[in-house]
Design a protein around this ligand. Structure first.
Ligand SMILES: [Zn+2]
Length: 86
């Protein structure tokens, strides 16, 4: 009878430990997910980039990308390319 009590007590302790670990793990995972979300959200916000020609800062979606470089207008893209060729 004493052994049965010991075993039930042990099982109870393991169950408590398991529940505690599970709770702390899910809390940790939530924390990480929240952190990742916070980290990710600035990427969704409009990025401001500098024109490679005139260095003016404008929103990314209003400019043009050419060969990995950013320009505020096609005019500056052309001028930059002309400048590069000389
Ligand atoms: Zn420009």
């Amino acid at each position: 009878m004493g052994r049965l009590l010991l075993i039930s007590g042990l099982v109870f302790l393991i169950w408590i430990a398991y529940r505690f670990l599970k709770n702390s793990w899910s809390a940790r995972i939530r924390e990480v997910e929240q952190h990742e979300q916070n980290h990710r959200s600035p990427a969704n916000v409009q990025q401001i980039k500098a024109c490679s020609y005139c260095k003016t800062h404008i929103p990314e979606n209003e400019g043009i990308y050419k060969d990995g470089k950013f320009f505020c207008s096609y005019q500056h893209l052309d001028r930059y390319l002309e400048h590069e060729q000389k």
